[in-house]
Design a protein around this ligand. Structure first.
Ligand SMILES: [Zn+2]
Length: 187
């Protein structure tokens, strides 16, 4: 299990002390850098997840799992330890309309396997699962699989626990790599 650190300074004005006691120190989400990167990739007629798939993204994402149709990697900006993104390899933007029922169920089968592997790798009271994304940012279909650790106060659970505005976990790359290997080992 990854070591946790004592409560960090947190983000000004955000009451995340309970979270900090359970997770590594937090850093501010680089909102402007992220927006610039996403816009640059879009202006190049490309897609962030397609670049992860074909390994042309500038940041070397920590791949957890791949098969012929699916890729799973750690969230580069995690708000919870073990936060994975599960995505079809092919570029589709609307999971309800662009995926057949068989393709959707195959994707969810991977989501289920990954959720179990994440729960085996890190303490998890619940595993959140949801599809977000944006036509103005990351349009490629992806599923968030995010484990809530035990003991998080109720008012810091659910969307509060996922919100990048509350800061992202400052996890060293070596620890992320180890975490990816650990989750993969439970698949
Ligand atoms: Zn794509």
């Amino acid at each position: 299990m990854l070591p946790t650190r004592p409560a960090g300074p947190g983000i000004a004005g955000i009451h995340n002390v309970g979270m900090d006691n359970l997770q590594p120190a937090r850093a501010a989400f680089p909102t402007e850098d992220y927006a610039r990167t996403v816009q640059r990739i879009r202006q190049e007629g490309q897609c962030f997840i397609c670049r992860v798939v074909d390994r042309t993204h500038r940041y070397d994402h920590h791949i957890v799992y791949e098969d012929a149709d699916t890729i799973v990697f750690l969230n580069r900006y995690p708000t919870l330890i073990g936060y994975c993104l599960v995505s079809p390899r092919k570029h589709v933007e609307n999971w309800a309309l662009d995926l057949s029922e068989a393709e959707f169920l195959a994707l969810q089968s991977v989501v289920h396997r990954v959720a179990r592997a994440v729960a085996a790798a890190v303490p998890a009271e619940r595993i959140y699962s949801l599809s977000l994304g944006s036509q103005q940012a990351n349009a490629h279909v992806h599923w968030h699989v995010a484990p809530l650790p035990p003991g998080v106060p109720y008012d810091q659970q659910e969307f509060s626990a996922l919100l990048k505005d509350n800061g992202i976990l400052d996890i060293p790359e070596a620890d992320q790599a180890e975490l990816a290997r650990t989750i993969r080992g439970h698949l």
